[in-house]
Design a protein around this ligand. Structure first.
Ligand code: ATP
Length: 599
């Protein structure tokens, strides 16, 4: 699985969620910062050219139109100048916004890769409580919302701020008193935005939360469809979905109400009021001092500017709801990125023989609730250990520690004499193969399912499949190793999936093979194939196998019986069977009677 560590973003500094979200955006945009500065520079030039138009118009009115001074060449020059300035400004804006949008999309690509890579490196303990749908939503929807922030909001808004500043500066030169009146638009619009934010902010957050719940429930229901349908829970789930959906609609509507009632109408009203005030002030000056030609030109320029000032302000405010959503999303993405990754030991220890030494190992998921108690065990290289015990006795937890999914905190767990935490990650994963209870097949070819992204030759894949006893049935598929399996390997029988999973574990040529109840789902014939595969591997690599079907571990060198997190019995099958009243003997007898699997 590709985890491109170069896509990692630097660590986020501490701060409020908004600051952290902003910092995430800035960090992701770093490689493109030259584009951003160049883009902003040319946007400032475009704003200057835009502001030039009314200045030229004012000169046209003041110098030639009102004084009735028909200098055609000069008049055409001014009109042509205004036209050229406007056209160049539009072209510049087009090219620079395209440049900035490109930088934005690359930044989001970086964030998405970084989030995905980060999720892949999170410790297994994180996934004990994480909800799949929400995580998926974080990687896809939230990063998409961040894209909106960059593309639509940030650059449109930056453009608007540059435009606004340039216009206010130009107006100051024309008539600073009128400029002050126009400048009151800024606090007025921000006041409206503040009110809008107060009214719609909680609704925006709630809408996103509810959407995330909808995603989570959909993902959960699809994953557990068999259980939902078998228990007749579909009606309850439909109702629950409908309730959340209803709440989502209500929340979305209250967002829209704030938008429709407050934002646009209030801003349009401001525009009209400002025109009235500027013309009114102009009229008052006229009654007090008489209208001069120069003032008429200024009035023209100001009337043009008011429209242009209001537009960026409206842009700023209209983008505000998106900004809020995107900041919430960016903050959530950042929170996920701040989850501590599974420690990657700097040590470079290697697995050589596959010797496992466990000494006084204690383990608990929650403090005060021990799951493994004082477990000590030495497994020689090439030894085959079967692990049995009732449900909840700690078998899978022992395997999780052997897989380094959880850190060893009490006691010691060494492989080839080195604490498990000191082994090099890549070497460790190559040397320790896992056949999980659920084979987890990808919707890809058999070959890809065995190779799992590792660079393996056809011969290596074939050898692994042969060792697992999977080669024969794979050859019978219509395209052999290139046959594409459906989602979750839907087209294979359960036992065949197990065999592919065993082949996958063997393909890395591990020194230690861990099996978690890998034979619990398979029929007796396939069970014998798996048993033969294990028998063939016996002695070549260390095998630790949790078993439901005791027959699969009958030939193990030693069988470990766990009970309440402790080793209750240990020894070869015959020795354990010889124990009067022993747990293992009782379990075998029960299974022979066919009353139960050992669970
Ligand atoms: N991720 C977890 N977080 C908290 N508690 C857990 C977690 N996984 C297992 N447990 C608890 O730890 C105890 C041991 O569970 P474990 O899965 O290791 O037993 P097991 O012997 O493998 O059982 P089974 O045969 O049913 O798989 C149980 O009480 C279980 O509820």
């Amino acid at each position: 699985m590709p985890t491109d560590s170069s896509a990692n973003l630097p660590q986020a500094p501490a701060g409020t969620p908004v600051q952290r979200a902003a910092s995430l955006l800035w960090r992701a945009a770093q490689p493109d910062r030259r584009h951003i500065w160049v883009g902003l520079f040319w946007l400032a030039i475009a704003a200057g050219l835009d502001a030039l138009g009314p200045v030229l118009g004012k000169a046209f009115i003041d110098r030639y139109l009102l004084p009735r001074n028909p200098d055609v060449a000069a008049m055409l020059g001014l009109l042509g100048g205004a036209l050229v300035a406007g056209s160049v400004a539009s072209l510049l804006r087009y090219f620079q916004l395209t440049r900035l949008a490109g930088a934005a999309m690359r930044s989001v690509q970086r964030i998405r890769e970084s989030v995905y890579g980060h999720v892949l490196r999170l410790p297994m303990a994180f996934f004990d409580t994480a909800i799949t749908g929400q995580l998926v939503s974080r990687v896809t929807n939230d990063t998409e919302a961040v894209k909106q922030l960059y593309v639509q909001v940030l650059f449109v808004m930056l453009d608007a701020v540059i435009m606004l500043t340039t216009l206010l500066v130009t107006m100051t030169f024309l008539d600073w008193r009128l400029m002050l009146i126009v400048a009151t638009l800024v606090p007025a619009v921000f006041g409206i935005v503040f009110l809008y934010q107060r009214m719609s902010g909680p609704a925006v957050t709630r809408t996103r939360e509810l959407r995330s719940h909808l995603n989570a429930q959909t993902a959960e229901s699809i994953a557990g469809m068999a259980v939902l349908q078998a228990t007749g829970a579909t009606a309850t789930y439909s109702q629950r979905y409908a309730d959340i959906n209803e709440a989502h609609l209500a929340s979305r509507q209250s967002e829209l109400r704030a938008n429709a009632w407050l934002l646009r109408p209030a801003l349009d009203l401001l525009n009209v009021a400002m025109l009235a005030v500027v013309i009114g002030v102009f009229g008052l000056r006229e009654t007090s001092g008489g209208l001069s030609a120069i003032e008429v030109g200024v009035l023209y320029a100001f009337v043009s500017y008011i429209g242009r000032v209001v537009e960026p302000l409206i842009q700023l405010t209209m983008q505000f709801s998106q900004l809020q959503q995107a900041v919430v999303s960016a903050a959530r993405v950042n929170t996920l990125l701040e989850e501590a990754e599974a420690p990657r030991p700097a040590a470079r220890g290697q697995v050589t023989e596959g010797r496992v030494s466990i000494s006084h190992l204690n383990f608990a998921y929650q403090s005060g609730v021990p799951v493994l108690k004082d477990v000590s065990l030495d497994v020689k290289p090439g030894e085959f250990i079967g692990v049995v015990g009732p449900t909840g006795s700690g078998k899978s937890s022992l395997l999780s520690l052997l897989l380094r999914f959880y850190p060893v905190t009490d006691g010691s767990l060494c492989i080839d004499g080195q604490p498990i935490a000191d082994l090099d990650e890549a070497a460790f994963r190559t040397s320790v193969g896992l056949v999980p209870q659920d084979p987890f097949l990808l919707a890809a070819s058999v070959r890809e399912n065995i190779a799992m992204g590792r660079v393996l030759t056809d011969e290596e894949v074939r050898r692994a499949a042969t060792s697992a006893g999977a080669h024969e049935f794979i050859e019978r598929l219509e395209h052999g190793y290139e046959t594409v399996l459906g989602e979750g390997g839907a087209r294979l029988a359960v036992g065949e999936k197990q065999l592919v999973a065993i082949a996958r574990a063997l393909a890395g040529q591990p020194r230690i093979l861990l099996l978690d109840e890998a034979t619990s789902h398979i029929d007796t014939a396939t069970e014998q194939v798996v048993q033969r595969a294990l028998a063939a591997l016996h002695g070549q690599l260390t095998i630790i196998s949790i078993a439901h079907r005791l027959s699969t571990i009958r030939d193990a060198d030693r069988i470990l019986v766990l009970s309440h997190g402790q080793i209750a019995e240990i020894g070869p099958h015959d020795a354990l069977m010889a124990r009067e009243g022993g747990i293992y003997r009782r379990l075998v007898e029960l299974q022979q009677l066919g009353t139960t699997d050992v669970a």
